[in-house]
Design a binder for this molecule. Structure first.
Ligand code: PLP
Length: 408
């Protein structure tokens, strides 16, 4: 890392972190579920509503043109952030879940037929599973899964057994939200291309945590949620290669997505507008644009290194606690750690942590089939972001050491 970063000053950008919960300083380790927001994002959204708020695209007045510039400006920022060829390859969505549903319902409806295979992995979030189950039910396509091995990685040396020419789409997560595994996305895309399959990457856990460049990766679609990367809830984006977006039919019909409408039929705009019916989440897009600027100023490579250092510190400490078992790979992994404690159910442990001002998450993390395969009732998950500190990890380890005695 070349530049020196003042992480303490960066932490001070997040007003919410400066508070006590249950009489203790808040430790927020639930970042994989939703991150906190810096002042720059909160201010950008407030400023938009205080000065520029109006509907986009249709208005012939000053505020509408400012709102349109802000909304389309955010699209351009997201395109640059992801390394897309143009802003037209960015569709605003409510988040990862909506992005996957959009692809499953539009690309899927047009291109997936009975007998085709939809290839997923055993570590997918329900968001990257249920929409494909629905598509399979509608079309008669089959679902197939790349297995997760004992060490929490994909069984890639046997990928060819599942990634065959019947596969129409291979959809997989970049970083597992319960194991922390970082999948080799560029390799997976290359392998998929070799059999003629389209690829979709669930970047919910990666877009705000490490450099992601869609053209370097070579994916066809990529989806993420703004709220996991410092932006407001209710906004995210789908990246789609222009050629694919152009070939896909629209899904929601209504205003904004049409060129002309008669009582009988309508004609549609080009991508991305044909996928954005109705008044969009303009304030959310403004917040997302501000979040992208904020993250870029720090640098995603630096964020990744920071989070990795916290994760390794947590892994070492957790492994030393009696009756605590860490899930997922040991070395290369994202900034989160899922673990179990023999003496306590994940829900009880997470409630215990909350009594000490420590926000963890306990449960199946929307990975029910994976938990079942791993024969776990769920895990307790600590997930880090660049505003967290080593001192907070030490405090977590002390609270968990007390919990081992408490539940014994
Ligand atoms: N995919 C992964 C890997 C996730 O971790 C999450 C959220 O936890 C999602 C998808 C769903 O994201 P959202 O609820 O923002 O649509």
């Amino acid at each position: 890392m070349s530049k020196t970063i003042d992480w303490t000053a960066i932490r001070a950008d997040f007003p919410i972190l400066d508070q006590e919960v249950r009489g203790k300083p808040l430790i927020y380790f639930d970042n994989a579920a939703s991150s906190q927001k810096p002042r720059a994002v909160i201010d950008a959204v407030s400023r938009y509503y205080e000065r520029d708020n109006a509907n986009v695209h249709r208005g012939l007045h000053e505020l509408s043109s400012r709102a349109t510039d802000a909304y389309e400006g955010a699209r351009t920022k997201v395109a640059a952030y992801l390394g897309a060829a143009s802003a037209e390859e960015i569709v605003f969505t409510r988040g990862t879940t909506e992005g996957i549903n959009l692809v499953a319902q539009t690309w899927g409806a047009k291109f997936v037929r009975e007998g085709d295979v939809i290839l997923l992995t055993e570590m997918e979030h329900h968001s990257n599973l249920v929409p494909w189950q629905m598509l399979a039910e509608r079309t008669g396509a089959r679902l197939r899964f790349v297995p997760v091995t004992e060490d929490g990685t994909l069984a890639l040396e046997r990928l060819g057994e599942w990634l065959t020419p019947e596969v129409k789409i291979f959809a997989f997560t970049h970083i597992s939200n319960s194991l922390g595994t970082i999948n080799p996305v560029a390799d997976l895309c290359r392998a998929a291309r070799a059999v003629g399959a389209v690829t979709l990457i669930d970047a919910a856990q990666s877009a705000g945590h490490l450099p992601v460049d869609v053209r370097e990766i070579g994916c066809d679609f990529l989806v993420f949620s703004g709220h996991k990367m410092c932006a407001p809830t209710g906004i995210g984006a789908l990246y789609g290669r222009a050629e694919l977006l152009d070939a896909m039919p629209p899904w929601h019909g209504g205003g904004e997505m049409i060129v002309s409408v008669s009582y009988e039929r309508s004609t549609y705009k080009k991508a991305p507008y044909k996928f954005e019916a109705g008044t969009p989440n303009i304030g959310g897009a403004v917040g997302l644009g501000a979040a992208v600027d904020y993250l870029e100023a720090i640098g995603r490579a630096a964020i990744f290194e920071h989070d990795l250092a916290l994760t390794q510190h947590a892994l070492a400490g957790l492994s030393a606690l009696p009756g605590v078992h860490v899930q997922g790979p040991r070395d290369r992994r994202g900034g989160l750690v899922g673990f179990t404690m023999d003496a306590a159910h994940p829900h009880d442990l997470t409630t215990y942590a909350d009594q000490h001002g420590l926000a963890l998450r306990g449960g199946h993390h929307c990975n029910q089939p994976l938990m079942k395969k791993l024969r776990l009732p769920g895990t307790t998950r600590a997930s880090f972001y660049f505003y967290n500190t080593t001192a907070e990890v030490d405090r977590m380890l002390a609270i968990l050491a007390d919990a081992v005695r408490f539940f014994a």
